[in-house]
Design a protein around this ligand. Structure first.
Ligand SMILES: [Zn+2]
Length: 449
């Protein structure tokens, strides 16, 4: 799989080097010098990550002849949070230090250093301490501004060091989070197949292969991941790194994100669980539950006779622009509503466009259905895999109430212009009906309340 990383680096826009393997930190000086030449380095970590990796990184840099400034260490208590104030604080510290930042940590630390470095137009290197999400090698930072998570623009790291030994020893909940984030690429792939077939967004075969090629293998050993197995953690880590590089190559998160991420993003944007310890409601944990939710919806969808679809009835039922906007306004919190309306209306169709799309779907269905079925994994199997990895697989696991969870099926569709199965089902006038079925007696979720 490392050949795949080499291949992906040829098309990544920001990341020039990835070193992945057991004891990779021992070689951090080589990667640093190859990427940044003779410039000095400054390590940024928190008390925990300095102990597990940061101090070793400093020693390895010094041994390799790199000039190292005093590290910047965030306090370990309270637990570091990815809020914008921390980006500003770090940016102001780094501005006065003429050195390349090395983030030593997981998602939170990487996001803070990525944004702070970005604001200074300074490239940086990340040393990953947990296989906890796919954001290491992606552009953009997930940062809370005024209490709500947003994706802020900034380049991906210039170099990435993924030390499997360190990552396998991370708290198990972090590996489980990464597993949830990676598992989301299964339904995300199905959404891209639909978007491609219906002319909404074409699949790039090369980028598709970067993510989907190694995906099944990376997801195959959840029990070993839960046990802290180093090679299994390495496979997960590589899958996550590949996902970030694919987003760089595609200059979009489409290769790694579909409706399951819209579930997660909605909960993040609304601040769900910020009062709970962040890791318990990590990004990957929300994606995990979103993935099960979307897979269950697909299964209901596949039972419908789309080849004999009544296109006239679906076109007649589709909300016009005014109704669509009103529906979005009624469903979202005041701080989100204006942006939600922009995103929703960007994918609203005229009756003629809708008719054309549904006729196309009808004609393609006999070949599209088996492709989607081959891509997807049954929702019940996803739950088994997630639980084996120690990840949540049910809305109660992430402290969502039943009504909140159920309403997410409709509300998540509105928050991004990206075309997913949620949009197609809305266009088919099936979204509300299928969601009701999931929660009615005999439905996937009704069985689990
Ligand atoms: Zn993700």
């Amino acid at each position: 799989m490392s050949d795949l990383i080499e291949k992906a680096l040829q098309t990544s826009t920001d990341t020039k080097a990835v070193l992945a393997g057991e004891q990779a930190i021992d070689s951090v000086a080589e990667v640093f010098t190859a990427t940044f030449g003779q410039r000095p380095a400054v390590v940024v970590g928190d008390e925990r990550t300095m102990a597990v990796a940061g101090n070793a990184v400093i020693e390895a840099l010094k041994a390799g002849g790199v000039e190292v400034a005093d590290p910047y260490v965030f306090p370990g208590d309270p637990e570091l949070y990815a809020k914008y104030e921390n980006c500003e604080l770090l940016r102001d510290v780094l501005r006065d230090i003429d050195a390349v930042p090395l983030a030593v940590g997981a998602g939170t630390l990487n996001d803070i250093v990525k944004r702070a470095s970005g604001e200074l137009d300074r490239p940086y290197l990340v040393v990953c301490t947990a296989a906890s999400m796919d954001g290491y090698t992606a552009f953009g930072s997930s940062i809370a501004v005024d209490g709500y998570k947003q994706t802020l623009n900034c380049p991906a790291p210039a170099a990435c060091v993924a030390d499997w030994t360190v990552m396998a020893a991370a708290p198990q909940v972090m590996t489980a989070s990464g597993y949830g984030d990676l598992l989301g690429k299964v339904p995300a792939g199905a959404d891209w197949i639909i978007a491609d077939a219906l002319g909404a967004e074409a699949i790039d075969d090369y980028v598709w292969g970067l993510v989907q090629g190694p995906l099944r293998a990376s997801l195959a050993k959840p029990e070993a991941l839960a046990a802290g197995d180093v090679p299994a953690t390495g496979e997960l880590a590589e899958g996550l790194v590949m996902s970030g590089l694919a987003m760089q190559a595609h200059e979009s998160s489409r290769p790694a994100s579909g409706a399951e991420h819209q579930f997660s993003h909605l909960w993040e944007m609304e601040g769900h669980g910020v009062d709970i310890k962040p890791r318990r409601l990590s990004h990957g944990f929300k994606v995990a539950v979103g993935s099960v939710a979307v897979a269950a919806l697909y299964e209901r969808f596949f039972e419908r006779d789309i080849a004999n679809l009544d296109v006239d009835a679906a076109v007649a039922a589709y909300p016009d622009a005014a109704a669509m906007e009103a529906r979005s306004r009624a469903a979202h919190q005041p701080h989100l509503v204006e942006e939600v309306v922009v995103q929703t209306m960007a994918k609203h169709l005229t009756p003629e466009q809708l008719r054309e799309r549904l006729e196309l779907l009808k004609s393609l269905w006999p070949t599209l259905l088996p492709k989607l079925q081959e891509q997807l994994i049954p929702a019940a199997e996803l739950q088994r895999m997630l639980r084996a990895a120690g990840a949540p697989a049910h809305p109660y696991d992430i402290e969502l109430t039943w009504p909140e969870f159920k309403a997410t099926y409709q509300r998540a569709q509105m928050i991004r212009k990206r075309y997913t199965v949620l949009d197609l089902l809305l266009e088919l006038n099936l979204l509300d009906e299928l969601v009701e079925e999931l929660f009615a007696p005999g439905g996937f979720w009704a069985e689990q309340e």
